[in-house]
Design a binder for this molecule. Structure first.
Ligand SMILES: Cc1ncc(C[n+]2csc(CCOP(=O)(O)OP(=O)(O)O)c2C)c(N)n1
Ligand code: SF4
Ligand SMILES: [Mg+2]
Length: 307
């Protein structure tokens, strides 16, 4: 029989108590208010399935920190996700959650928001889920300007299914389906979604979680379709296949690819695997577009009393 997971002496109650799970102190827990995001976790789902060093855990924890500051409980917040390692994280948050089919979280979220406009609906998707099989739904959700917050975890690969090429994989990178290096050019997700009509578009990195947290909070406040692309790293497939080192090495390579800081470093190739060389492009970070026009719910009259 598996021994109960007891990491330190802090008892936390609820279903986590039934499983004998206790919380480990994390670096930074000594900060005032730090650690409060842990109350939003679904302990019955632990241990989680993310690989050591995966950027998705960093981003997910940052999302929880923002939510913990804004909500006592997540009863009025719905998380909707597709399928993928990124999408899987919604299973770990103690909110109303829909873990849907691959590529379709925005369709479920659209139905949910129109039926229950009073809910705050957050969509978590991956670059495969949101831009490959679900790319069509993404551009139409943006065009409709439905009031959803969509966070796309871009790790430039299909992580969950064994590291296949994604529409975001950088040119030259090795994946399990591009053994000679990727010959294609990746999507610029943020530009695509802005052109499709989203009224809030931003890009952030798992490397700088404070910036991501500020952006995520603004996206939640925004009325209309908010899209946040967050660059995260798949250590297990993207990192290992391209011989890019561990999670920390990958985070450092993100720092070099950010336009706002270290532009001198950014001009140098940051990914130097076996040839053909894959160079992580320099990307603009921050809020890239913000505007206001009627949301789909407003256009349909689902406002005021009817909401
Ligand atoms: C209809 C359908 N096609 C394919 C799959 C297999 N599949 C599951 S997850 C996934 C890719 C996920 O990639 P991404 O969204 O980038 O998530 P990541 O694991 O990289 O975070 C695929 C192809 C599926 N589950 N359903
Ligand atoms: S396979 Fe990649 S994306 Fe999936 S959990 Fe592991 S490191 Fe993260
Ligand atoms: Mg991916």
């Amino acid at each position: 029989m598996q021994a109960p997971m007891v990491v330190d002496g802090t008892s936390i109650g609820g279903d986590e108590q039934q499983r004998g799970v206790t919380l480990a102190p994390c670096p930074g827990d000594e900060r005032p208010g730090a650690g409060s995001e842990k109350r939003l976790l679904r302990y019955a789902m632990m241990p989680h399935m993310l690989c050591p060093g995966c950027g998705h855990g960093i981003v997910f924890e940052a999302m929880l920190r923002v939510l913990a500051e804004r909500y006592e409980t997540l009863d009025t917040v719905a998380f909707v996700a597709g399928i993928g390692c990124s999408s899987r994280v919604v299973g770990y948050v103690d909110a109303c959650t829909l873990h849907t089919t691959h590529g379709r979280p925005l369709t479920f979220a659209t139905g949910l928001k129109l039926a229950r406009p009073e809910l705050d609906v957050v969509v978590v998707t991956g670059d495969g889920d949101g831009l490959s099989i679900g790319g069509n739904h993404l551009i139409h959700a943006a065009r409709r300007n439905i009031d959803l917050t969509c966070v796309l975890f871009n790790n430039e690969i299909y992580g969950m299914t064994g590291g296949q090429l994604a529409p975001t994989t950088i040119t030259g990178a090795y994946t399990s389906t591009s053994p000679a290096g990727n010959h294609e050019r990746p999507f610029d997700a943020a530009k695509l979604v802005e052109a499709a009509g989203a009224t809030f578009v931003a890009r952030a990195q798992s490397y700088r979680t404070q910036v991501f947290e500020d952006i995520f909070a603004r996206a939640l406040d925004h009325k209309g379709f908010s899209f946040v692309e967050v660059m995260t790293d798949c250590t297990e497939y993207f990192g290992r296949t391209n011989r890019l080192g561990n999670g920390a090495d990958l985070l450092f390579s993100q720092a070099r690819a950010e336009q706002a800081i270290e532009t001198d470093l950014a001009e140098r190739p940051t990914l130097t695997p076996v040839p053909p060389k894959a160079v992580r492009p320099v990307m603009e970070m921050g809020v890239l577009h913000e505007s206001r026009r009627p949301t789909l719910e407003e256009a349909m009259g689902l406002t005021g009393e009817q909401r």
